[in-house]
Ligand binder design. Structure first.
Ligand SMILES: [Zn+2]
Length: 64
């Protein structure tokens, strides 16, 4: 596979494996075919799952 694009949480409870094209990460990511442009090669879009359900983004949103 010529390449893969990983979408993953930045500060999660675990380290996500984004070094390999295949979906080897423990979070069980979803893999979709992906193209940069119409004539480009088909890549992998690897979408990781956040294992920390209450990440920093949510905690930062205090009630007014
Ligand atoms: Zn992952």
């Amino acid at each position: 596979m010529p390449g893969a694009v990983h979408v993953h949480p930045v500060e999660d409870a675990i380290e996500h494996d984004t070094a390999t094209p295949a979906a080897d990460c423990v979070c069980g990511p979803l893999v979709f075919p992906y193209r940069d442009d119409d004539d480009g090669p088909v890549l992998e879009l690897v979408v990781h799952h956040a294992l920390d359900c209450c990440g920093a983004e949510w905690i930062a949103q205090d009630a007014p």
